[in-house]
Design a protein. Structure first.
Length: 197
């Protein structure tokens, strides 16, 4: 399947990482690539190895015309829900770009409200280079945060499962309760908090 790009020069791609985890921020990235400085090997961040992602991460930051990371923290997710928090984080990433894009392509099936035209692209992280680049930046940033969090709370195994609700994570959540970085509105975390009362 090929994606037909809109007729615009400065196109930003936006993607998010971290809607499903029970802990940490939802992280988004917006990227405007430089057509004169192509990056080989861009693909959906979930389909490439960690080593290759790290290499592409540096290359994207170096070669893109501009890029920005946006985020919504666990408290915001708990307050406005994960969908709204994701849209907010996407708005922050686009607003933070040093060059204003003419058009924004967003991975998924819905767009946040933006001051410029935008279009949602299902499977965009595989079809659109700019979204692939955004997915790589967002994933590397969030994964690194989970590795850091793992140092503070080694008993939860964040470096391994990156905060997703694996059997191991759920077991540790039941055993140790929630950290301040857990999303309290997510059912497994709520259950752990209730059982601690």
């Amino acid at each position: 399947m090929e994606f037909i790009y809109p007729k615009a020069n400065l196109i930003a791609g936006v993607d998010e990482v971290g809607r499903g985890p029970l802990v940490g921020a939802v992280v988004t990235a917006a990227v405007i690539l430089d057509p004169n400085n192509p990056i080989a090997g861009l693909a959906d961040s979930k389909k490439i190895s960690e080593k290759k992602r790290e290499k592409l991460f540096d290359e994207i930051k170096e070669k893109a015309l501009c890029w920005c990371i946006g985020r919504a923290e666990p408290e915001e997710i708990d307050k406005i829900n994960i969908l709204h928090a994701t849209m907010l984080a996407m708005q922050r990433a686009v607003a933070g770009l040093s060059i204003v894009p003419e058009f924004v392509l967003i991975d998924g099936n819905r767009c946040p409200e933006l001051p410029m035209p935008s279009q949602a692209v299902v499977k965009g992280d595989s079809l659109v280079q700019e979204i692939s680049a955004a997915s790589i930046l967002a994933k590397v940033v969030r994964d690194r945060e989970m590795v850091e969090l793992d140092k503070a709370f080694p008993e939860y195994g964040f470096a391994k499962h990156k905060g997703y609700p694996t059997a191991y994570h759920l077991e540790k959540l039941a055993q140790y309760g929630a950290t301040e970085f857990h999303r309290k509105s997510f059912a497994p975390v709520r259950r752990a908090l209730d059982s601690q009362k």
